[in-house]
Design a protein around this ligand. Structure first.
Ligand SMILES: [Zn+2]
Length: 343
Protein backbone atom coordinates (compact mmCIF):
# COMPACT_ATOMS: atom_id res chain seq x y z
CA UNK A 1 0.00 0.00 0.00
CA UNK A 2 1.43 3.33 -1.02
CA UNK A 3 0.16 6.67 0.22
CA UNK A 4 0.95 10.14 -1.07
CA UNK A 5 0.99 13.09 1.33
CA UNK A 6 0.53 16.42 -0.44
CA UNK A 7 1.31 19.75 1.21
CA UNK A 8 1.46 23.36 -0.01
CA UNK A 9 4.89 23.78 1.61
CA UNK A 10 7.46 21.22 2.75
CA UNK A 11 10.96 21.35 4.19
CA UNK A 12 12.73 18.13 3.25
CA UNK A 13 16.03 19.11 4.90
CA UNK A 14 18.79 21.75 4.70
CA UNK A 15 18.31 23.93 1.62
CA UNK A 16 15.28 21.97 0.40
CA UNK A 17 12.12 24.06 0.82
CA UNK A 18 9.54 22.88 -1.74
CA UNK A 19 6.20 24.46 -2.64
CA UNK A 20 3.35 22.18 -3.74
CA UNK A 21 5.25 19.18 -2.45
CA UNK A 22 4.47 15.49 -2.14
CA UNK A 23 5.92 12.63 -0.11
CA UNK A 24 5.04 9.09 -1.17
CA UNK A 25 5.42 6.32 1.41
CA UNK A 26 5.35 2.54 1.07
CA UNK A 27 5.03 0.91 4.47
CA UNK A 28 7.50 2.57 6.77
CA UNK A 29 9.73 4.04 4.05
CA UNK A 30 9.66 7.11 1.83
CA UNK A 31 9.78 6.24 -1.88
CA UNK A 32 9.47 9.77 -3.29
CA UNK A 33 9.93 13.31 -2.00
CA UNK A 34 9.65 16.19 -4.43
CA UNK A 35 7.25 18.40 -6.38
CA UNK A 36 3.66 17.13 -6.33
CA UNK A 37 3.42 17.72 -10.09
CA UNK A 38 5.93 14.97 -10.81
CA UNK A 39 5.08 12.47 -8.09
CA UNK A 40 4.38 8.85 -8.98
CA UNK A 41 0.90 7.39 -8.47
CA UNK A 42 -0.19 6.05 -5.11
CA UNK A 43 -2.93 3.80 -3.74
CA UNK A 44 -4.26 6.65 -1.64
CA UNK A 45 -3.74 10.39 -1.34
CA UNK A 46 -3.88 12.58 1.76
CA UNK A 47 -4.02 16.32 1.12
CA UNK A 48 -2.48 18.03 4.16
CA UNK A 49 -2.84 21.75 4.78
CA UNK A 50 0.26 23.17 6.40
CA UNK A 51 4.05 22.92 6.59
CA UNK A 52 5.43 19.39 6.22
CA UNK A 53 8.80 18.45 7.71
CA UNK A 54 10.62 15.39 9.06
CA UNK A 55 9.50 14.05 12.43
CA UNK A 56 11.50 15.51 15.29
CA UNK A 57 14.18 13.41 17.03
CA UNK A 58 14.86 14.08 20.73
CA UNK A 59 18.36 12.78 21.51
CA UNK A 60 18.03 12.87 25.30
CA UNK A 61 14.94 11.58 27.08
CA UNK A 62 13.94 9.36 29.97
CA UNK A 63 10.80 8.05 28.30
CA UNK A 64 9.59 6.02 31.28
CA UNK A 65 9.13 9.29 33.17
CA UNK A 66 6.83 10.60 30.41
CA UNK A 67 3.95 9.47 28.17
CA UNK A 68 5.10 7.91 24.85
CA UNK A 69 1.76 8.64 23.15
CA UNK A 70 1.91 12.32 24.10
CA UNK A 71 5.51 12.49 22.88
CA UNK A 72 4.50 11.14 19.46
CA UNK A 73 1.35 13.25 19.08
CA UNK A 74 3.48 16.28 20.00
CA UNK A 75 5.60 15.78 16.89
CA UNK A 76 8.53 13.70 18.17
CA UNK A 77 8.79 10.47 16.15
CA UNK A 78 12.12 9.16 17.51
CA UNK A 79 13.82 9.42 20.89
CA UNK A 80 17.04 8.25 22.46
CA UNK A 81 16.69 7.24 26.09
CA UNK A 82 19.88 8.15 27.98
CA UNK A 83 19.35 6.37 31.25
CA UNK A 84 16.97 3.74 32.49
CA UNK A 85 16.84 0.25 34.00
CA UNK A 86 17.98 -2.13 31.22
CA UNK A 87 15.28 -4.80 31.72
CA UNK A 88 12.56 -2.22 31.13
CA UNK A 89 14.04 0.08 28.52
CA UNK A 90 15.33 -2.48 26.02
CA UNK A 91 11.94 -4.25 26.09
CA UNK A 92 10.28 -0.91 25.36
CA UNK A 93 12.79 -0.17 22.58
CA UNK A 94 11.95 -3.50 20.94
CA UNK A 95 8.20 -2.88 21.30
CA UNK A 96 8.58 0.56 19.74
CA UNK A 97 9.55 -1.00 16.42
CA UNK A 98 6.08 -2.55 16.01
CA UNK A 99 3.29 -0.68 14.17
CA UNK A 100 0.99 -1.30 17.14
CA UNK A 101 3.16 0.84 19.44
CA UNK A 102 1.67 4.25 20.27
CA UNK A 103 4.80 6.28 20.73
CA UNK A 104 8.04 7.29 19.03
CA UNK A 105 10.76 4.90 17.91
CA UNK A 106 12.87 4.37 21.04
CA UNK A 107 16.63 3.82 21.06
CA UNK A 108 18.26 3.37 24.44
CA UNK A 109 21.56 3.46 26.30
CA UNK A 110 20.33 1.49 29.31
CA UNK A 111 22.02 2.24 32.65
CA UNK A 112 24.66 4.89 33.24
CA UNK A 113 28.15 3.58 33.92
CA UNK A 114 29.45 5.12 37.13
CA UNK A 115 31.71 4.71 40.16
CA UNK A 116 30.51 2.82 43.25
CA UNK A 117 28.22 5.26 45.05
CA UNK A 118 28.40 7.76 42.17
CA UNK A 119 25.66 9.57 40.27
CA UNK A 120 22.90 8.51 39.57
CA UNK A 121 22.89 5.72 42.20
CA UNK A 122 22.35 8.43 44.81
CA UNK A 123 19.80 10.57 42.88
CA UNK A 124 16.33 10.96 44.35
CA UNK A 125 14.60 10.39 40.98
CA UNK A 126 16.61 7.34 39.99
CA UNK A 127 15.14 3.81 40.22
CA UNK A 128 17.35 0.95 41.40
CA UNK A 129 19.47 -0.34 38.53
CA UNK A 130 19.87 3.02 36.79
CA UNK A 131 23.55 3.14 37.69
CA UNK A 132 25.94 0.32 36.72
CA UNK A 133 28.86 0.62 39.14
CA UNK A 134 32.26 -0.12 37.66
CA UNK A 135 34.86 -2.23 39.49
CA UNK A 136 38.00 -1.52 37.47
CA UNK A 137 38.92 -1.30 33.78
CA UNK A 138 38.19 -4.96 33.01
CA UNK A 139 34.76 -4.69 34.56
CA UNK A 140 34.17 -1.48 32.58
CA UNK A 141 34.86 -3.30 29.31
CA UNK A 142 32.61 -6.15 30.44
CA UNK A 143 29.78 -3.73 31.20
CA UNK A 144 30.03 -2.29 27.67
CA UNK A 145 30.02 -5.76 26.12
CA UNK A 146 26.94 -6.75 28.11
CA UNK A 147 25.07 -3.61 27.04
CA UNK A 148 26.08 -4.03 23.41
CA UNK A 149 24.75 -7.58 23.59
CA UNK A 150 21.29 -6.49 24.71
CA UNK A 151 20.83 -3.72 22.17
CA UNK A 152 22.34 -0.51 23.53
CA UNK A 153 22.40 2.28 20.94
CA UNK A 154 24.97 4.27 22.91
CA UNK A 155 27.00 3.92 26.11
CA UNK A 156 26.27 6.51 28.78
CA UNK A 157 28.91 7.35 31.36
CA UNK A 158 28.36 9.57 34.40
CA UNK A 159 31.12 12.08 35.14
CA UNK A 160 29.26 14.01 37.81
CA UNK A 161 31.81 15.14 40.36
CA UNK A 162 29.21 17.37 42.05
CA UNK A 163 27.24 14.31 43.17
CA UNK A 164 29.83 11.78 44.28
CA UNK A 165 32.75 9.74 42.94
CA UNK A 166 33.31 9.31 39.19
CA UNK A 167 34.90 6.47 37.20
CA UNK A 168 38.72 6.50 37.13
CA UNK A 169 40.64 7.59 34.05
CA UNK A 170 41.56 3.93 33.45
CA UNK A 171 37.89 2.87 33.62
CA UNK A 172 36.89 5.73 31.34
CA UNK A 173 39.55 4.75 28.79
CA UNK A 174 38.35 1.13 28.94
CA UNK A 175 34.73 2.20 28.37
CA UNK A 176 35.67 4.27 25.31
CA UNK A 177 37.88 1.55 23.84
CA UNK A 178 35.28 -1.19 24.34
CA UNK A 179 32.44 0.96 23.00
CA UNK A 180 34.39 1.99 19.91
CA UNK A 181 35.30 -1.67 19.35
CA UNK A 182 31.55 -2.30 19.19
CA UNK A 183 31.00 0.80 17.03
CA UNK A 184 28.93 2.40 19.77
CA UNK A 185 29.21 6.08 20.67
CA UNK A 186 30.00 7.11 24.24
CA UNK A 187 27.83 9.90 25.62
CA UNK A 188 28.78 11.55 28.90
CA UNK A 189 26.93 13.34 31.66
CA UNK A 190 29.58 15.93 32.51
CA UNK A 191 29.15 18.00 35.66
CA UNK A 192 31.66 19.65 37.98
CA UNK A 193 34.91 21.49 37.35
CA UNK A 194 37.45 19.67 35.18
CA UNK A 195 35.08 16.93 34.04
CA UNK A 196 34.63 18.28 30.49
CA UNK A 197 38.40 18.23 30.01
CA UNK A 198 38.52 14.63 31.29
CA UNK A 199 35.73 13.63 28.91
CA UNK A 200 37.39 15.17 25.86
CA UNK A 201 40.76 13.72 26.86
CA UNK A 202 39.25 10.25 27.08
CA UNK A 203 37.81 10.53 23.57
CA UNK A 204 34.08 10.51 24.34
CA UNK A 205 31.82 11.12 21.34
CA UNK A 206 29.08 13.23 22.82
CA UNK A 207 28.12 15.48 25.71
CA UNK A 208 24.67 14.41 26.90
CA UNK A 209 24.11 18.00 28.05
CA UNK A 210 25.67 21.33 27.14
CA UNK A 211 28.38 21.75 29.82
CA UNK A 212 27.25 24.34 32.34
CA UNK A 213 29.53 23.95 35.39
CA UNK A 214 32.26 26.30 34.19
CA UNK A 215 33.28 28.45 31.24
CA UNK A 216 35.29 26.11 29.01
CA UNK A 217 38.41 27.43 27.26
CA UNK A 218 38.43 28.09 23.52
CA UNK A 219 41.25 25.55 23.21
CA UNK A 220 39.21 22.80 24.86
CA UNK A 221 36.12 23.66 22.83
CA UNK A 222 38.04 23.57 19.57
CA UNK A 223 39.27 20.03 20.36
CA UNK A 224 35.77 19.04 21.50
CA UNK A 225 34.30 20.42 18.26
CA UNK A 226 36.45 18.04 16.23
CA UNK A 227 35.86 14.94 18.31
CA UNK A 228 32.38 15.20 19.81
CA UNK A 229 28.92 16.66 19.49
CA UNK A 230 26.70 18.28 22.09
CA UNK A 231 23.08 17.43 22.94
CA UNK A 232 21.57 20.79 23.85
CA UNK A 233 19.22 20.23 26.89
CA UNK A 234 19.44 23.98 27.68
CA UNK A 235 16.00 24.49 29.17
CA UNK A 236 16.56 22.11 32.11
CA UNK A 237 19.09 24.63 33.41
CA UNK A 238 16.45 27.26 34.02
CA UNK A 239 12.92 26.17 32.92
CA UNK A 240 12.17 29.53 31.36
CA UNK A 241 14.21 31.70 33.73
CA UNK A 242 17.64 33.17 33.10
CA UNK A 243 20.20 31.62 35.43
CA UNK A 244 24.03 31.77 35.61
CA UNK A 245 24.10 28.09 34.57
CA UNK A 246 22.07 28.87 31.44
CA UNK A 247 24.33 31.81 30.54
CA UNK A 248 27.47 29.67 30.96
CA UNK A 249 26.01 26.82 28.90
CA UNK A 250 24.87 29.10 26.06
CA UNK A 251 28.28 30.79 25.98
CA UNK A 252 30.02 27.38 25.81
CA UNK A 253 27.61 26.16 23.13
CA UNK A 254 27.97 29.26 20.96
CA UNK A 255 31.79 29.01 21.03
CA UNK A 256 31.62 25.24 20.39
CA UNK A 257 29.56 26.00 17.26
CA UNK A 258 31.93 28.77 16.22
CA UNK A 259 34.70 26.14 16.30
CA UNK A 260 32.68 23.98 13.91
CA UNK A 261 31.05 21.69 16.46
CA UNK A 262 27.76 19.90 15.84
CA UNK A 263 24.78 20.55 18.11
CA UNK A 264 21.77 18.24 18.23
CA UNK A 265 18.46 18.89 19.92
CA UNK A 266 17.64 17.08 23.14
CA UNK A 267 15.41 18.01 26.05
CA UNK A 268 16.16 15.56 28.91
CA UNK A 269 12.41 14.81 28.92
CA UNK A 270 11.49 13.35 32.29
CA UNK A 271 13.58 15.96 34.10
CA UNK A 272 11.38 18.58 35.78
CA UNK A 273 8.62 20.26 33.81
CA UNK A 274 9.79 19.50 30.24
CA UNK A 275 6.57 18.82 28.25
CA UNK A 276 6.14 15.75 26.00
CA UNK A 277 6.46 16.39 22.26
CA UNK A 278 8.35 19.21 20.58
CA UNK A 279 9.67 21.59 23.24
CA UNK A 280 9.45 25.01 21.63
CA UNK A 281 11.45 26.79 24.33
CA UNK A 282 14.48 24.55 23.69
CA UNK A 283 14.31 25.50 20.00
CA UNK A 284 13.94 29.20 20.85
CA UNK A 285 16.98 29.10 23.16
CA UNK A 286 19.06 27.66 20.32
CA UNK A 287 17.86 30.44 18.02
CA UNK A 288 17.66 33.48 20.26
CA UNK A 289 20.58 32.90 22.65
CA UNK A 290 22.93 30.56 20.77
CA UNK A 291 22.15 32.40 17.49
CA UNK A 292 21.44 29.39 15.32
CA UNK A 293 19.27 30.24 12.29
CA UNK A 294 15.78 28.70 12.21
CA UNK A 295 16.96 26.27 9.54
CA UNK A 296 19.99 25.27 11.63
CA UNK A 297 17.62 24.61 14.52
CA UNK A 298 15.42 22.39 12.32
CA UNK A 299 18.50 20.45 11.17
CA UNK A 300 19.47 19.95 14.83
CA UNK A 301 15.95 18.71 15.61
CA UNK A 302 15.71 16.10 12.85
CA UNK A 303 17.61 12.87 12.25
CA UNK A 304 17.89 13.41 8.50
CA UNK A 305 16.10 14.79 5.45
CA UNK A 306 12.86 13.46 3.99
CA UNK A 307 14.25 11.38 1.11
CA UNK A 308 13.64 8.15 -0.76
CA UNK A 309 14.77 5.26 1.41
CA UNK A 310 14.40 7.20 4.66
CA UNK A 311 11.84 6.58 7.40
CA UNK A 312 8.27 7.69 6.69
CA UNK A 313 8.11 9.83 9.83
CA UNK A 314 6.63 13.28 9.21
CA UNK A 315 5.16 16.23 11.06
CA UNK A 316 2.65 18.77 9.76
CA UNK A 317 2.71 22.24 11.34
CA UNK A 318 0.10 24.99 10.99
CA UNK A 319 2.64 27.51 9.65
CA UNK A 320 6.26 27.92 8.55
CA UNK A 321 8.83 27.61 11.41
CA UNK A 322 11.57 29.03 9.16
CA UNK A 323 9.73 32.35 9.47
CA UNK A 324 8.70 31.96 13.10
CA UNK A 325 10.01 29.05 15.20
CA UNK A 326 6.97 29.24 17.50
CA UNK A 327 5.19 27.34 14.70
CA UNK A 328 6.85 24.21 16.16
CA UNK A 329 4.21 24.38 18.88
CA UNK A 330 1.36 24.11 16.35
CA UNK A 331 1.47 20.42 15.41
CA UNK A 332 -1.49 19.55 13.16
CA UNK A 333 -0.69 15.94 12.20
CA UNK A 334 1.96 13.30 12.77
CA UNK A 335 2.90 10.45 10.44
CA UNK A 336 4.87 7.52 11.87
CA UNK A 337 5.94 4.63 9.63
CA UNK A 338 3.74 5.94 6.83
CA UNK A 339 0.56 6.10 8.90
CA UNK A 340 -1.22 9.19 10.17
CA UNK A 341 -1.30 8.70 13.93
CA UNK A 342 -2.89 12.02 14.91
CA UNK A 343 -4.47 15.10 13.40
ZN1 LIG B 1 18.98 12.78 31.40
Amino acid sequence: MTIAFEAPLAWFGAGALVREAAVVCDGGRVTYAGPNASRPGADSVAALDGFLMPGVADRHVHIRLSDPGAVLFGGVTAVRDLGWVPEEIFALANASELPSFTGPLVRAAGPMLTAPGGYPTNAAWAPAGLGRELGGPEDAAKAVDELAGIGAAAIKVALNADAGPTPTDEELAAVVEAAHGRELPVTAHVQGRGQAERAVGAGIDEFAHTPWSERLSDDLLSVAARTSRIVSTLDILSFGEVTPELRTACDNLARFRASGGTVVYGTDLGNGSIPPGIHVREALLLHEIVRMTPEEVLVAMTAGPIAAGGPADLVLLGSDPLIRLEALGDVRAVVRSGRVVSG
